[in-house]
Design a protein around this ligand. Sequence first.
Ligand code: CMC
Length: 430
Amino acid sequence: MNGTVELIIDGKPLELPTIVGTEGEVGIDIATLRNKTGCITLDPGYGNTGACKSAITFIDGEKGVLQYRGYDIAELAQKSTFIETAYLLIYGELPTTTELTEFSALLSENQMLHADMRFHFDAFPPSAHPMSILSAMIHASSSYPSPKTHGKPLSESFPYHAARLISQVRTIATSSYRKAHGLPMSYPKSNLKYTENFLHMMFSLPGEEYEINPEIVKALDLIFLLHADHEQNCSTSTVRMVASSQANVFASASAGVCALWGPLHGGANQAVLEMLEEIHREGDDGTKFLQEVKNKTGNRRLMGFGHRVYKNFDPRAVIIKEQCDKVLAQLHKSDPLLDIAKKLEEIALNDEYFVSRRLYPNVDFYSGIIMRAIGIPMDMFTVMFAIGRMPGWVANYKEVMDDRESRISRPRQIYTGATLRSYKPMAERA
Ligand code: CMC
């Protein structure tokens, strides 16, 4: 039911149309508000603002629902792979055998970096955070156009750009790890699939090939798949905003990496592990730490808990928790940090502070423990999130570019600064 709502400003009514999504979500279309009334809406953090229409991902935070292109995340987690899901997100449908073969071939074709890009890696100090290397290198990628795409319109070159980003984000990530650890660069192998190749490029040493463990491959592929898209979060909205100026897809994706880095977003997986390590170091079982969180001592937060949209549970966290137990059992690893995480979860889920604020574990609460068990260093955790999220960013970029009604993103503000005043010469300033 597309209807209208009436807004009364200073006694004057204004009729605004409503728009209803395919899952029944209702939005009030305020596009004419400022022109007709001079007013704007104010919504810090955009908690109530729909910035676009999108057909990629649906979330119902109240019910813990997450769907990519209409497919439930739990079903995809069980039956699909990261690469098949990437195709689904970008092109809208699950691929046929031929489409998947062609997509995989494009990924393989684009997995190597331009040889000159090694000079960029060499310029980073060993202490550089892999997220800063990742954003810089993705951005630099746009300076090395492939002969197959050079000078071609986006409609023709897009599949190459998409494949290059998804494939090279993995190569850049593993190269930054190896650079930081003083290891020689490693190269993808044509007989390995996407996630296997990631593990090979990370961990193979000269004369010592990394042994592929199918359970680890499955767990990592699942982590990538669960992170592949999440509608209008901070980094994806950033990608869309940059894309709205018609910047290229590499610049847009690089901006997404920057937005993802912060501890309230993708950086939370690293922050969770740091928090668990600190609790462990202090000999606490989590009880003292939670008390500090509740007292807001030093503005502490229980990292890996809470979500702007999910208010009952994060469906990704449920899947990942199960996988976490499997991986640790498979690797015969017990992890004291996992015990602390479980204790924190148990207390928090029954504590009035967290219950009343509807704070539940999110995807980052357990993903770090799996990655740690696999041997991925902590400062690479957010990079892993970025590898997973790349298809979502690319899909959103495509949606912006394909939308003929798309306008440059340009929010308004309510100005709260000084009103007009005259310039004072230095001698007259107090
Ligand atoms: N620990 C303790 N208190 C919290 C937490 C937390 N993790 N999250 C929110 N609160 C409290 C907050 O202090 C506030 O309390 P009060 O009403 O007394 O002022 C109330 O809950 C509402 O918080 P908010 O900051 O207004 O909520 P938000 O929707 O703006 O923030 C969030 C969402 C994810 C940034 C926040 O829950 C948080 O900081 N969580 C920890 C970081 C984290 O795990 N981030 C990963 C999110 S999932 C991955 C992704 O998609 O990015």
